[in-house]
Ligand binder design. Structure first.
Ligand code: SAM
Length: 291
């Protein structure tokens, strides 16, 4: 039987066989610990009926473990040099398809229609390239990709911001954007030693469980996110000052903004980081009328 791809020895052999050199600019840090991989896959709760979308298979370390447990895996890989390697390493797994494409440019809906017909349970599982973690997550959520959830490895610092609760230093517009669509939790903190090459930052695995409905109902979604971003523009400033300076209402509306804050029971002197998502929803609906 073939040894797992994700061991230091087999990874080294594969890299040497193909003369592969890492591209830092593509966030290439490959996992070399099968135990960690299995724990990541456990958190995705796959069944033989699950279709998995992977982003950045590298030399196939995670793909292999996913293929063993899911019905089918479709993996997007941007680096052409990895394609012949993946063809070789994943040859024992006929239920894997690799697509050579930048995930940020991919039409994921179309891929799902053509590659996962009849599959009801879809998950995204990946060890993300850290230079584009946030754009990838936001694309998957904003495009409303019909998945049950997302289990991904990313920088611990970003995981902390994503899962942060109101009133903490990590809480900000990213926490709200992700928690609007999903329930977010950090499920593992991962040491640098399980990667080759080792990244400069600490890593964590998060699980995002898609909500059937966004966590709050708002009159205008785009405006809700505008209010959230404005409220966090300068973290040390009060809500009133941030909204006055950063919404495109014009400064002459300061008094009206202040009245609106009072009308919904929010102290204008509070800081954005203390507001819950529900409070932001109430605030944005009230400000929408001022606009
Ligand atoms: N899954 C492998 C593992 O765990 O060992 C590799 C993970 S490595 C952190 C990230 C992978 O994403 C690399 O293979 C890299 O080439 C690929 N990648 C980087 N940017 C990408 C993009 N925009 N679209 C698709 N793949 C990308």
């Amino acid at each position: 039987m073939l040894k797992d791809i994700a061991t230091p020895k087999r990874t080294k052999e594969i890299l040497e066989k193909y003369g592969f050199t890492f591209k830092k600019s593509l966030g290439q840090n490959f996992l070399i610990d099968t135990n960690i991989l299995n724990r990541i896959v456990d958190h995705a709760e796959l069944t033989e009926e699950t279709g998995v979308i992977e982003i950045g298979p590298g030399i196939g370390a995670l793909t292999e473990q996913l293929a063993k447990r899911a019905k089918k895996v479709v993996a997007f890989e941007i680096d052409q040099r990895l394609l012949p390697i993946l063809q070789d390493t994943l040859s024992p797994y006929p239920n894997v398809k690799v697509i050579h494409q930048d995930i940020l440019k991919a039409d994921v809906h179309e891929m799902i229609a053509s590659e996962f017909p009849g599959i009801r349970d879809l998950m995204v599982v990946a060890n993300l390239p850290y230079y584009v973690t946030t754009p990838i997550l936001m694309k998957l959520l904003e495009d409303q990709i019909p998945v049950r959830g997302i289990v991904v490895m990313l920088q611990k610092e970003v995981a902390d911001r994503i899962a942060a609760k109101p009133g903490t230093k990590d809480y900000g517009s990213l926490s709200i954007a992700i928690q609007y669509y999903t329930e977010a939790e950090t499920v593992m903190v991962v040491p640098k030693t399980v990667f080759n090459p080792q990244p400069n930052v600490d890593s964590a695995v998060i699980r995002l469980t898609k909500r059937p409905q966004p966590s709050v109902q708002v009159q205008n979604e785009a405006f809700f996110f505008t209010v959230v971003r404005a409220s966090f523009a300068q973290r040390r400033k009060t809500l009133l000052n941030n909204l006055t300076n950063n919404l495109s209402f014009g400064k002459e509306k300061k008094q009206e903004i202040e009245q609106t804050l009072h009308s919904v029971g929010l102290d204008p002197k509070r800081r954005g980081e203390t507001l819950s998502i529900q409070e932001f929803a109430i605030l944005s609906d009230a400000l929408y009328k001022v606009k």
